[in-house]
Write a protein that binds this ligand. Structure first.
Ligand code: 6GU
Length: 267
């Protein structure tokens, strides 16, 4: 996959050289080019913004540099006739795992990182295939949102992650949040790893993990359950979880299985 990112702060994309994204680039799984929008300005001050028509606070990004940048990029010989053009904005459609998977199937993406109050709507209308938000809060620009989306997309690309299973088991891949995970030692700071995980009984482990995922999802994201097809046994777990006392923030009831060693109240 090829990715072009247009921004007035190309340095914001430097973290895309690290870790998973960096390795995917080294392996040729993804090719990321960041561009300075100001390279397509024509005035001495390299101006990219102006005051909003109709008044109001802040500044709006002028259309001409964006159009020039996108013409130059789309006209360069990429892997497709033109890239799918994405404008990150808090006013966009929500970015989800399914959306990440859809974008991961594209040969070529271009992200247009706006700043200030946004980009002139005419050039967005002319070029953007998608206006996308990463959540219900406001960032100062699209750069960090682009990094977020690039990481979510790239880890879905074949050859990007060592263990393909770690992608398919993720939270959201099955519509449920992932439950708690543990490694050695079996007891740490008086807290024991749930016995079932040490049992070697793969069926029991799979059932326990499903139950933990259901409990966590029912506690933290009950909205996710509405769209899922649940088995009868799943429904019992959800009903039990929802009938329990609301628990402390950041807890989802997993403490009943990962209780301190020596604690003997029922789980
Ligand atoms: Cl994609 N951009 C900005 N600036 N703020 C956001 C966002 C995107 N998603 C949530 N907040």
């Amino acid at each position: 996959m090829r990715v072009d990112v247009v921004t007035i702060f190309p340095a914001y994309l430097e973290p895309a050289r690290l870790s998973l994204l960096g390795k995917a680039r080294d392996r040729g799984v993804v090719e990321i080019h960041s561009h300075d929008l100001r390279d397509w300005t024509t005035d001495r001050h390299r101006t990219v913004d102006d005051t909003p028509y109709g008044g109001g606070p802040g500044m709006v990004m002028r259309p001409e540099p964006w159009d020039a940048a996108l013409r130059a990029i789309a006209g360069s010989s990429g892997p497709a006739p033109r890239p799918r053009v994405i404008v990150p904005t808090p006013a966009g459609r929500p970015f989800t795992q399914a959306y990440a998977a859809e974008l991961a199937a594209e040969p070529w993406l271009a992200f247009c990182c706006g700043r200030y109050e946004g980009i002139d709507a005419r050039v967005v209308d002319a070029w953007a295939d998608d206006e996308v938000s990463i959540g219900d809060y406001v960032l100062s620009g699209g750069e960090v949102a682009t990094l977020v989306m690039l990481e979510a997309i790239t880890r879905l690309l074949p050859g990007a992650v060592g263990n393909a299973e770690s992608v398919t088991d993720d939270s959201f891949a099955h519509g449920l949040l992932e439950g708690p995970v543990y490694t050695r030692p079996p007891e740490w700071a008086g807290r024991r790893v749930p016995d079932v995980l040490l049992s070697g009984d793969h069926g029991a482990i799979a059932r326990w993990r499903r139950e933990q995922a259901l409990r966590r999802t029912a506690r933290r994201r009950p909205d996710l359950l509405a769209t899922l097809e649940l088995h009868d046994r799943d429904r019992v777990v959800v009903a039990q979880t929802l009938a329990e006392e609301p628990c402390q923030p950041a807890s989802d009831g997993a403490e009943t299985t990962a209780r301190p060693a020596g604690s003997d109240e029922p789980g």
